[in-house]
Design a protein around this ligand. Structure first.
Ligand code: SAM
Length: 299
């Protein structure tokens, strides 16, 4: 074990530097060796919530002075941190979970430190978006590996619907964060606003005890959530397939085409069922085939 720690300690960590440190999104063992080393080395740790970060530190056996830097005091706290850095201290910055600055505070602090001509060093690590994307498989291929990070959709239903309509035409995958109390509304809005066959990866409770990463169509999202009453209680990151690989909107199977497909699927292989359903209803064969495969996978 000590050899591992010395790997992290072997690098130089100059004084007068702000270290922006990613922390676990659930499993404390995801804290990197470098993160552990730098948190131990720092003269102070600036954080979103001192209780939260205090708990993390006590779990890994560290004790360091904590400085609260949150949405409401970020500018003022940043000024104080710049003064300390200018005096040669090493300060680490962590958010509550994951990578600072990614749907989290940190940007103003980083700007202030840079503006003062001082160094900022990132210590990479967990981020819910990247974790979900890493298991999105071919959903990323439509955009040749490209994706768009959205973070949280707007709260208000109208603005959320408009945002989804604006994203629907992206040819590559997009990534959303969602809170437990809004996940049902968001899954319903995605089902209503996107072609039924568009694929969706739900990253729930990543790295935690009840972690799951099912892939479904957007049409299936609301029923998936409702099927298990405790499901809505988790933390969620969603990867939505881009339009490139899904069928064009005009081609999406409507409710009648989906009904016909389900009936045929009970008797026939997926490809044959999709072909026949397309001939009967006029919906696109590719879209029906994708839907058929998704239904088969569920069965
Ligand atoms: N900075 C963090 C990151 O790098 O992932 C994100 C912070 S944002 C305030 C919190 C949101 O991230 C949650 O509402 C949820 O959407 C997502 N998230 C955080 N931890 C997660 C986890 N373990 N599983 C799934 N989603 C998670």
């Amino acid at each position: 074990m000590s050899d591992w720690i010395s790997l992290a300690a072997g690098q130089s960590y100059p004084p007068g530097t702000l270290y922006v440190v990613a922390t676990p999104i659930g499993n404390v063992a995801d804290l990197s060796l470098r993160a552990l080393h730098v948190l131990g080395l720092a003269d102070a740790i600036a954080c979103e919530d001192t209780r939260n970060t205090g708990q993390l530190l006590s779990r890994v056996g560290l004790q360091r002075p904590l400085v609260a830097v949150h949405e409401h005091n970020e500018r003022e706290a940043a000024r104080r941190i710049v003064t300390r850095l200018a005096a040669g201290e090493r300060i680490a910055y962590v958010s509550d979970a994951g990578t600072p600055g990614i749907s989290d505070p940190g940007a103003r602090l980083v700007e202030a430190v840079r503006a003062a001509g001082l160094a900022v060093v990132p210590l990479p690590g967990p981020s819910a978006a990247v974790a979900a994307l890493s298991v999105a498989g071919e959903m990323l291929d439509a955009g040749e590996g490209r994706f768009t990070f959205i973070g949280f959709l707007p709260n208000k239903p109208k603005a959320r619907t408009e945002a989804i309509a604006a994203l629907a035409g992206l040819d590559h995958a997009w990534v959303l964060y969602e809170a437990p109390h809004r996940i049902a509304d968001t899954l319903a809005a995605l089902a209503a606003g996107l072609p039924a066959a568009r694929r969706l990866l739900v990253g729930r409770e990543l790295t935690k005890l009840f972690e799951e990463t099912p892939v479904m169509t957007v049409a299936e999202g609301p029923a998936w959530l409702a099927a298990e009453p405790t499901r809505a209680k988790g933390e969620f990151v969603l990867v939505v397939e881009g339009a490139g690989k899904a069928v064009a909107d005009a081609d999406a199977p409507d409710a009648e085409a989906q009904r016909v497909l389900s009936l045929l699927l009970a008797e026939l292989p997926a490809k044959r069922a999709a072909k026949l359903a397309a001939a009967i209803t006029g919906a696109g064969t590719d879209a029906l085939y994708r839907l058929a495969l998704a239904q088969r996978a569920d069965d």
